[in-house]
Design a binder for this molecule. Sequence first.
Ligand code: PMP
Length: 393
Amino acid sequence: MGIFDKFQALSATRRDLEALGIDPFNVQIDRIVSPTEGIILGKPTILAGTNNYLGLTFDPEGIAAARTALENEGTGTTGSRMANGSYSGHRMLERELSAFYEKREAIVFSTGYQANLGMIAALAGPDDVVLLDADCHASIYDGCRLGGAEVIRFRHNNPEDLAKRLRRLGARVANTLILVEGIYSMLGDRAPLKEIVDVKREYGGYLMVDEAHSLGVLGERGRGLVEELDLLADADFIVGTFSKSLGGAGGFCVSDHPELDLIRYSSRPYIFTASPSPATIASTRHALRTLAAGTHLRQRLRENADHLHAGLTALGYTLGAPPSPVIAVIMEGKIEALKFWDGLLKRGVYVNLMLPPATPNGVSLIRCSVSAAHTPEQIDAICAAFADLRTAA
Ligand code: PMP
């Protein structure tokens, strides 16, 4: 027995993929041309798997802000905020995030993954309970492990199941953190947040909403599902990422609980890692302003999502959810999905391949993510590639 024995199953899976001549988890984008185009395998390719929901990665003003920060403040902070100090940009971004959400406190983390890890592990320790939607992201599960809380899953998007489990907890409800996402990353479906809030109001507990895929997408000002459903005040904690609609890297949590500031002193993923670079903070600050004012971008994104959803539905594909920027096509099995993914790439369309165990209920998915920057012609071209594969099948 050796430490590498556990990799044998992985190695066998890789060999199977190599035999098929497909390597979906090692794609190299040779050149990135725009938010929606790249060169892959030497060919111009439409990018429809990037989470670049508002298409802000090439915003000239965002790039200029990042460049100025790079020149004035250097390439990196070379340390954590706790040990090495915060730059003014970190603090400013936190102020801007709390103003944006009209929440009292905000903390910036180095990634969205770390925002979940850092918040959940600090809030929910061994004497606490995390009640999470079964389809929650890996970073939420990992945060629970780091904190050592008891983890109870409730059935995906099922408020009755949540209520049942909260009821069983009795007095421990006071030590319970409920976790849901605004838009779920795999199927693109939304949480029934109103009903979940009703359950929380009846039984108690604290609610954390991960708006990674809904920030910039839902709500008049882009504040996510909490804004769209007018539930901003009911979410104890809102977490999100800079890596999707904001086109950067980093994560955050906002809250009205004054204790949020204390989390800095006990959150290992906040303390023991380098803070985001000045360029990242500068482009994110600019993107946040664009996002807040970007009603037209949200409108374009909705039109593109509706367009792709309608096109794929007309072709007879089974989709994971009503239109949203995440459009998941449900495949019959792993091999079909692999070949399909490869077929799309050969036709100049890059999407995500999602296989179990990363997916809910063991489904294999072709996951498309739509951007406000896609042109109607690009959406037509994506549909044409899907149509071609339908004929070829
Ligand atoms: N939460 C959810 C729901 C996500 O889908 C992701 C990333 N896919 C994250 C958090 C982590 O974000 P980041 O990539 O910024 O670490």
